[in-house]
Design a protein around this ligand. Structure first.
Ligand SMILES: Cc1cc2nc3c(=O)[nH]c(=O)nc-3n(C[C@H](O)[C@H](O)[C@H](O)COP(=O)(O)OP(=O)(O)OC[C@H]3O[C@@H](n4cnc5c(N)ncnc54)[C@H](O)[C@@H]3O)c2cc1C
Length: 409
């Protein structure tokens, strides 16, 4: 065997796995199809404070810190939520990925850039990854493969496994000249006319710079994201005033796998990590942090597997589900319900949030973009308390319960 672990993909999931595997003494190789790590980038870069507390993240990657959020309803509803502490940091994804990769190399991992893995097959006591580098074929053998290819993994297919996936399509412009409401408050805009099946955002970067983007779910529209983003910038009744005269610095696009983290995230000789395993919150599309957590868990499973423990692969699946599986389940559920609500109903919910201080407080105190399910009990308890006297809340609650039953069935 050339290596113990071959990691395919140098995003946050793959690089974290490679670093952790190297630190465990495993001979580790990272294959990255692009010449430069982190480029082209495809992400807003909003990263939960948990990632900074749990991982040794390199300095010099943070652009802004956010502790609030402003929700805009399709018909003009607006709610402002503010937490007491920083919820997330905005990072430059290309720098973030590059610096993270340096930590994996420092730990001892090898890296091959410009190397695209095209297939994988089982060989005696291990795996062979074949691919192409600068127009030349290569084949490398390792005991185990960590597939961190991102949103559209190809390697499982080469082993004969077809993954069940549903994606939303994203597009984002980084702009200069935007007027944001508050420098620490991402603005989220809901509504089928501008972002069917998801939402649009203005992510403040400080000063007049911002990341303006949206995702759309192709289940609900045949139009491309660019159609909606241009409309959002030029026609949205609120956003267009804030974005008048902006200058676009650069653009990025990508897809996010939502509603797809069904079993399995492992195959013989291979573990799936990050977007490749659809370890993404279906409400917000955030996946960096969970990709990193899964990367660490995958490295630990790989170390056991290399020593001959065949149960380690199944244990990887169990361990990430124990760690954040509830969030995947909860956000998928909420996404499915949100997608069934009409614009009027979403507007009514946001309007209610702006009127009901107790409800807002429950979200502000227990809300955590990484662990969104933590709001469930406090919000439900508060909703039930006031639901009896607020007819519109009772109506929204019943819509959610109905959605819950429909999704569950
Ligand atoms: C528009 C948009 C905005 C987003 N905003 C956020 C956000 O603000 N916060 C957040 O947490 N998440 C966000 N996400 C999601 C986030 O980008 C992903 O969840 C995260 O990047 C997943 O990390 P990963 O390591 O699994 O995959 P990736 O970061 O996609 O990395 C995969 C790597 O594998 C390489 N690769 C792929 N196939 C091969 C192959 N066959 N051979 C070799 N190399 C290969 C790719 O080049 C890439 O470098 C956003 C996504 C999009 C599309």
């Amino acid at each position: 065997m050339d290596y113990d672990v071959i990691v395919v993909g140098a995003g946050p999931g793959g690089v974290t796995a490679a670093r952790a595997a190297s630190l465990r003494g495993l001979r580790t190789l990272i294959l990255e199809e692009h010449q430069e790590i982190g480029r082209p980038t495809h992400c807003t870069g909003k990263l939960t404070h948990h990632a900074f507390e749990e991982f040794a993240l390199p300095p010099g990657i943070v652009v802004n810190a956010v502790s609030a959020a402003i929700l805009y309803g399709p018909k003009g509803g607006k709610a402002f939520l503010r937490r007491r502490a920083v919820d997330s940091y905005i990072v430059d994804r290309d720098r973030f990925d590059q610096k993270l990769a340096e930590t994996a190399l420092e730990a001892g991992a090898d890296l091959m850039t410009g190397a695209r893995a095209l297939g994988v097959r089982l060989v005696n006591d291990g795996m062979e990854v074949s691919g192409e580098r600068n127009g030349r074929p290569f084949a490398i053998r390792g005991r185990i493969v960590v597939d961190a290819e991102g949103a559209s993994p190809n390697l499982p297919l080469s082993l004969g496994y077809r993954l069940e996936r549903r994606w939303v399509l994203g597009l984002q412009y980084q702009v200069e000249g935007a007027t944001v409401e508050s420098e620490d408050a991402p603005e989220l805009y809901f509504g089928k006319d501008f972002a069917p099946g998801f939402f649009a955002w203005i992510m403040p970067l400080g000063g007049q710079r911002a990341r303006v983007g949206l995702c759309v779910d192709p289940t609900y529209t045949a139009h491309k994201p660019v159609y909606y983003l241009e409309r959002f910038i030029h026609e949205h009744p609120i956003a267009r005033k804030k974005l008048k005269g902006i200058r676009v610095e650069h653009k990025l696009a990508g897809r996010i796998p939502i509603l797809g983290a069904r079993r399995p995230s492992f195959f013989p000789g291979m573990l799936l990590v990050g977007d490749a395993a659809a370890q993404v919150k279906a409400t917000s599309g955030g996946g960096i942090y969970f990709a990193m957590v899964a990367g660490e868990l995958a490295a630990s499973a790989a170390a056991r597997y290399v020593k001959g423990d065949r149960g380690a692969l199944r244990d990887y699946e169990r361990s990430w589900r124990r760690r954040f599986g509830r969030e995947i389940w909860f956000t998928s559920l909420v996404r499915s319900i949100l997608n069934q609500l009409s614009d009027e109903e979403i507007d009514a919910a946001i309007d209610l949030l702006s009127r009901e201080e107790g409800l807002r407080e429950a979200l502000e105190v227990f809300g955590d973009t990484a662990y969104q399910s933590r709001v469930l009990v406090p919000v439900l308890l508060h909703s039930l308390r006031i639901g009896l006297r607020d007819r519109s809340l009772a109506w929204i609650l019943s819509r959610f319960l109905l959605g819950f039953v429909r999704v569950w069935l």
